[in-house]
Design a protein around this ligand. Structure first.
Ligand code: BTN
Length: 325
């Protein structure tokens, strides 16, 4: 959408009731037929615009896509989401964000897609990414911290998403599953995949890739028992632009606070209060093998503290956690 079309959209959005064609012509210094072309373009993009002769135009509905025109008016951030690149269909927003980051895109840039053909999950898994229903987005971060701190970012993002989701899904008890999932009623509603480019003592960038099942009604059979959506948990549809902006509005201040701090100390009370795993008997699978024990909590640097039967406390930095029956 070009800048003028987007300005006309904003003008329609801010007007209560009808806005006359003459008014638009005057404000934007264009002819009636030029105004009409922009209105047609907006309709092509899925906006419902009523045109009544003698009264003008009225915006009655938007397509609900997480595009800049919809998200920007809801942002309270300085940089997060201010540069937002939308794709109708893309392989993976993480892949696209990585390429933009390499080209120098500023911190806070967001790549979002309506649908992914190669959505990536953790541990080499895929991420189911059908069109018209969920949120798939990646935020470019350029934290000036040593790479050793980067494993804390997923927990930070999880805290921001948890806050946003909890404020939106009334009555649902969302929890954070270490290291980076959001669950509602014990089923996964959001996953986070952070990828980074670093040197041994320098961080170039981090891509925080976030997938949220928003209005998904039919969970694919293979993940039916472990996944859910905001729609299924709340019984109503949610606006993707509203959720995306709510997350970015919370993520940016948390991230800035974290940059100033040495570790996750200030966020631990929140992470512990909403932890899904605390005090549970679990098995953790990672590159070292499998370890069973009871989860004591999270350390200042984001490790999971796992007490094995012999009383030893292990600091786990990564892995897939399964609850033991
Ligand atoms: C997980 O396995 O839990 C992490 C899933 C992360 C999925 C998101 S969707 C947006 C971004 N692009 C990707 O390809 N993956 C992440």
């Amino acid at each position: 959408m070009n800048q003028l079309t987007s300005q006309i959209l904003n003008r329609l959005r801010s007007s209560e009731g009808f806005l006359s064609g003459g008014e638009l012509c005057r404000e934007f210094g264009m002819t009636r037929s030029a105004v009409w072309k922009h209105i047609s373009q907006l309709r092509k993009n899925g906006y419902t615009i009523e045109a009544v002769s003698g009264r003008g135009y009225r915006l009655n509905g938007s397509p609900g896509l997480p595009v800049s025109e919809e998200v920007a008016p809801l942002l309270t951030t300085d940089s997060f989401g201010r540069n937002l690149v939308f794709h109708e269909k893309v392989d993976s927003t993480n892949v696209q964000a990585k390429s933009l980051a390499r080209q120098g895109a500023p911190e806070g840039s967001v790549v979002v897609a309506d649908c992914q053909t190669g959505g990536r999950g953790r541990m080499g898994k895929g991420w189911v990414s059908p069109p018209g229903t969920n949120l798939y987005f990646s935020v470019i971060l350029r934290p000036s911290v040593p790479p050793v701190r980067l494993s804390q970012i997923p927990l930070l993002a999880a805290a921001a998403i948890h806050r946003a989701v909890s404020s939106m899904v009334e009555g649902a008890s969302a929890t954070i599953k270490w290291p980076n999932d959001i669950l509602i009623s014990g089923r996964k509603v959001c996953g986070i995949l952070c990828e980074m480019e670093t040197e041994p003592d320098m961080t170039h960038f981090v891509i925080a890739g976030i997938g949220i099942n928003v209005n998904l009604r039919d969970v694919p059979e293979e993940i039916e028992k472990i996944a859910t959506s905001l729609f299924l948990e709340s019984g109503r549809e949610h606006s993707r632009p509203v959720i995306l902006s709510a997350i970015l509005n919370r993520f940016e201040p948390l991230y800035r606070e974290w940059l100033e701090a040495d570790d996750l100390r200030d966020f631990l009370p929140y992470l512990e209060r909403h932890a899904w795993l605390k005090d549970r008997e679990v098995t953790v699978d990672n590159y070292k093998g499998s370890l069973a024990g009871r989860v004591l909590g999270i350390s200042r640097v984001g490790e999971m503290l796992l007490e094995t039967q012999d009383g030893q406390v292990h600091r786990i930095t990564s892995g897939e956690v399964h609850i033991r029956k």
